[in-house]
Design a protein. Sequence first.
Length: 456
Amino acid sequence: MHHPSLAPRAARSTPAGGWAPDHPQTTPTPAALDGAVEAACAQACGSFAPAWPLDQAIAVNPHWARIDRPVRQVAARLAVLAGVQVFPPRALIAQAWAEGRITPQDLRAALAALGHPTRAEADCLQALQTAPDITPLPLLIDVLDDDPQRHERLSWRQAITHQLSQTCAAYFDHHQADWQPERSAGLFDFWRDGLTHDHGVAWLMGLPTLRRHLHALPASRQEVERWALQRQGLDPAIWADYLESVLWTVPGWASWCAYLGWQARQQGREDGHLRELLAIRLAWGALLLECKADASGQRAGADLRQAWRDAPARLARAEQALWVDEVWQLALEQGYQRGLASRLSVAAPALPEPVPDVQAVFCIDVRSERMRRALEAVWPAVQTRGFAGFFGLPAAYTPLGTALARPHLPGLLAPTVAVGEVIEDAQGHASPDDAAAQAARARRRGLDRRARWEAA
């Protein structure tokens, strides 16, 4: 929602290496500014669904955080803000049409279901000849990267994504590297400290003054969010959309941080990693702005503001342009359902099945699939089945000799019971620190060391 008191203020002069907004505005109060920044950041971070780690893999709808919007609106937003295509490519649809997997009846049914007139059938067929004309909005790092030699090196977007991915890989690794970094201050400070000591990034990006400007960066994540957004001079009404677009440059790490937030909320805590990730990406843009000369920064600022001033209209045009793709998506589903219903309506002949030596029933879970495949591979007379049920107690189990707890329940839920092993003496008293327990822990540490990748 646009608030007139939060419009970026006009500047009397332009700071070195940057720009100021180019239209008259009022100055927001500090409380109003903080509230607008908080709301925009929270909305952007809330648009990413969590991604579970491989050992707890759960199939998650990547658009789960957007289910409150119509699918065509989501498709338009992702196309404009991230360059992501939601609907099937039109070439794939054209092939399905040519092969008869989509029939004229399917197309007419889709048009009727979505409220379009049947005369639009010709428009749908004509649209298959071209791709949607939708161009993603640029970010600050894109408009600033205007070096004539930029095509002979990594783009700044690529370099920043690479540097940030390396930072996150080191920060979130708790099991592989032998030498673990100090991460107690949080992700933002970890990134800042690492970039301070990394001389290669500035050279790679052609920014000799990068480290000097890095030292002038505001100290906290909150200050960086506010400072970076003000430096860019964008209308607060589109801050949330811009920030979502920024996070789409690192969607994998954003989803991982969203998972950490999910886990924290399950335990009644708050987790700030996603906000810190967003602050880092915002800081990178502002740092590049500080490194640019006046004229170059002014041109980039004008280009960015002009592009994003038109953001609401571009989103609306994209949504309108994708109505054809929504129709074809539904027609494709109609064709599949029609074929599936036809196959299911034909009774299959009953075939004799051999009686297995053992029938093992597992909960339907990706973690049990490996067991089922292994059992059937080594013992063909074993038959495994999947059952949609939840087994056991909602407990976290901690084996002897380790501090790692293993949850024994579906990954979407949080354990409410903690179970661990202890060694008791002859009188029945628990003695977790006796020789046997210490030996168990030592064995565990040895196994962990052998399983780690050596740090480079």
